[in-house]
Design a protein around this ligand. Structure first.
Ligand code: NAP
Length: 306
């Protein structure tokens, strides 16, 4: 019987592991197949406090892992396939192996929704990005495209106008889903252009970097090409919570419901990071939630009521 299992090895899971290990809980971290979480998809992280020169996402993840290991956290590769309550404990299935635990922190993160075309994979991080906060600075003075029509697409476009020369938002319909205030700011910004009723069919490039996109007009079916230096996808995120469906209360879109102390509907099960946060989604906020969840888990295991 494990005392505490932490599921996920992004910033939330690793921070929870550091805190729980220092509290002598000997946590077992089920680290997933893509260890390190979304950090592994970014290049340089320039907004994580304490690294004035920036740090690469993989390096930050590795440092956190070493820090957790130093205090006794154990790591197990693989994804959780099933999660069920068993009396006052919980049973997880990891790659076919059963693990029982008294307490669990779910920190499985979220994945950016992708368009589902081959070329976006080919140019991922070579001009195709999913996080403007992380990667916009690489396109200072250049022209970028944002795909999407929600608050994220608008917010990321507005943020990027401080750095880039122009932003073109490509949206599949003729109106934004984003809130009115966000739309108004976008329309008032002379650096942002909008291309309506268009679907990105292909990301074009020279093999090393992005040079443009091929788009299709959803009304006429006509295709055309637009030049650009980068394509930022802002078409939503999908929380990685499928293994917990049925066991944990979730919102309609799959985000785990957690209260302000990160407690889920099950006693001793906490959630942290992007699997329960659709608003902030930053490495530092995930780390903060991981810390909170570990402190809550420690109190739960000690039977301390607050
Ligand atoms: P979202 O609201 O789900 O919007 C996703 C956008 O992407 C929609 O416009 C959607 O088009 C489009 N889209 C989805 N799949 C697509 C595909 N396969 N191809 C092309 N376009 C596609 O996601 P979000 O903008 O990330 O926002 C998520 C949540 O966070 C929302 O509740 C939002 O309000 C909130 N948020 C708030 C703020 C803020 O208030 N500052 C900032 C960011 C996010 P359709 O419109 O046609 O469906």
């Amino acid at each position: 019987m494990e005392k505490l299992v932490i599921i996920g090895s992004g910033m939330a899971g690793l921070t929870a592991a550091i805190y729980a290990a220092r509290a002598n809980l000997h946590p077992l971290v089920v680290s997933g197949k893509a260890e390190g979480g979304q950090l592994m998809l970014t290049t340089v992280v320039e907004n994580y406090p304490g690294f004035p020169e920036g740090i690469t996402g993989p390096e930050l993840a590795e440092k956190c892992r070493q820090q957790a290991k130093r205090f006794g956290a154990r790591f197990k590769d693989g994804n959780v396939e099933a999660f069920t309550a068993k009396g006052s404990s919980y049973e997880l299935v990891v790659e076919g192996e059963k693990i029982e635990a008294k307490c669990a922190i779910i920190a499985t993160g979220a994945s950016a929704r992708m368009l589902g075309i081959e070329s976006e994979k080919k140019y991922f991080n070579l001009g195709v990005h999913t996080c403007a906060t992380c990667d916009a600075a690489f396109y200072t003075g250049k022209d970028v495209i944002v795909v999407g029509g929600g608050d994220s697409a608008c917010e990321e476009s507005l943020f990027m106008t401080k750095l880039v020369s122009s932003v073109t938002i490509i949206h599949r319909r003729s109106g934004f889903r984003a809130s009115k205030v966000m739309q108004e700011r976008v329309f008032a910004n002379s650096k942002i252009k909008t291309v309506w009723n268009s679907a990105v069919e292909e990301v074009l490039g020279d093999g090393k970097k992005v040079t443009g996109v091929k788009i299709k007009d959803t009304n006429s079916g006509k295709t055309s090409e637009l030049k650009t230096d980068a394509v930022f996808l802002a078409i939503g995120h999908v929380p990685n919570t499928a293994a917990f469906k049925g066991a944990l209360s979730m919102e309609e879109n799959g985000y785990i419901k957690a209260d302000s102390r990160l407690r889920t509907n099950l006693p001793g099960v906490f959630a942290a990071g992007d699997c329960c946060d659709k608003i902030y989604r930053q490495a530092i906020t995930a780390a903060g939630m991981g810390c909170m969840a570990a402190l809550e888990a420690e109190r739960y295991l000690e039977g301390v009521q607050r």
